[in-house]
Ligand binder design. Structure first.
Ligand code: TYM
Length: 331
């Protein structure tokens, strides 16, 4: 069976973008794969995190993932810092990848903007750690949203360069699994920016713990234009916010953009937004309710994560030890 690995940063509560771009796919891949799902706290601290908030968000994310349908009994759910193999392999990859490669990473540029000098060194080498996450398990399939595409190409390059430099066939090829619809859910306040945990505006995202009233309010306030919805997908060109809402609707109802526009083309947002709210509430509410139930027993969640970390460690240890041997470390 092929091994699946994916991760999410516990830098906030998962939102609808995380759900549609990644989590929903993770749940589906559980049949037919051995899966590891990782709360990447080492990645999270590449930008400042309040320690108490980081702990709480790590638990909350575990709860959202289980509430969404991740089965930590059959698969592995754990937090990254609990398995030291990630950091050990990341160090080797810091020495395999090239500054030139890292300099081309768009995510680093997006996150730092003009203030590059003030960014942490960790943020710069972030893609090396991400490659280590995947390759420490010889995972071959990685379900992610569209924004992670470049990072996965980078991970493939690292695997190839390691194999080439040390003349081995040790790390496998990685395949990115990116959904066809809603692979990049955009902010509700600005259709040119992706929905993000770190956006300062709560109104920009629907989190997987929002209640029905909050969801309805956020959608009512979502930025749109003054026109009605077009009858064909080409009519969404240049209408970023309208397109985003139609894409969310399509992804959650399992329909194509064309099907949604056949049903709703000609409607104004006054009519479309309540219909969209209903679809979002139907998807999010059961997950939010189950998350709250799980969060009432934090000790159980901690136990699930500790158990996952032990099983992850057992898989990664021999692989990373072998990588260290290949490099020439005395073992
Ligand atoms: P993170 O925490 O930003 O996001 C987790 C997953 O959600 C997807 N995603 C989105 N999909 C659609 N629309 C959006 N607006 C949106 N925002 C986020 C992301 O593509 C991702 O799949 N670097 C990763 C975490 C990571 C990882 C890994 C992933 C660390 N190591 C190894 C895969 C394999 C990240 O920051 O995800």
């Amino acid at each position: 069976m092929q091994r699946v690995f994916s991760g999410i940063q516990p830098s906030g509560i998962p939102h609808l973008g995380n759900y549609l771009g990644a989590i929903r796919n993770w749940v589906a891949l559980q049949d037919g794969h051995d899966c590891l799902f990782c709360l990447v706290d080492l990645h999270a601290i590449t930008v400042w995190q309040d320690p108490a908030a980081l702990r709480a968000q790590t638990r909350a994310q575990a709860a959202v993932l289980i509430a969404s349908g991740i089965d930590p009994g059959r698969h592995i759910l754990f937090n990254q810092s609990a398995v030291s193999a990630h950091a050990r392999l990341a160090w080797i990859f810091n020495c395999v990848s090239r500054l030139g490669w890292l300099g081309r990473m768009t995510q680093f540029k997006d996150k730092t903007g003009q203030d590059r000098e003030a960014a942490s060194a960790g943020l710069y080498v972030y893609p090396n750690l991400m490659a280590a996450d995947i390759l420490a398990y010889h995972a071959t399939r990685v379900p992610v949203g569209d924004d992670q595409r470049q990072h996965l190409e980078f991970a493939r390059d690292i695997a190839q360069k390691f194999n080439h430099d040390y003349a081995v066939d040790f790390f496998p090829e990685i395949e990115a699994l990116i959904p066809t619809g809603a692979a990049r859910v955009m902010s509700l306040r600005d259709g040119s920016r992706k929905m993000s945990k770190s956006d300062t505006s709560e109104q920009s995202r629907i989190t997987m713990t929002d209640d029905a009233d909050t969801i309805a309010l956020k959608i009512r306030r979502a930025k749109t234009d003054a026109e009605t919805l077009p009858r064909e997908a080409t009519g969404l060109e240049g209408r970023l916010e309208a397109r985003n809402l139609v894409e969310i609707y399509a992804a959650l109802t399992g329909s194509s953009l064309e099907q949604v526009l056949e049903a709703h083309g000609g409607s104004g947002f006054g009519a479309f937004k309540p219909a969209l709210s209903e679809v979002v509430v139907n998807a999010v509410s059961p997950i939010a309710d189950e998350t709250r139930r799980l969060l009432a027993d934090p000790e159980h969640l901690d136990h699930v994560l500790r158990d996952g970390a032990m099983r992850a460690q057992a898989l990664a240890e021999p692989i990373v030890t072998e990588a260290e041997r290949i490099v020439g470390f005395l073992k």
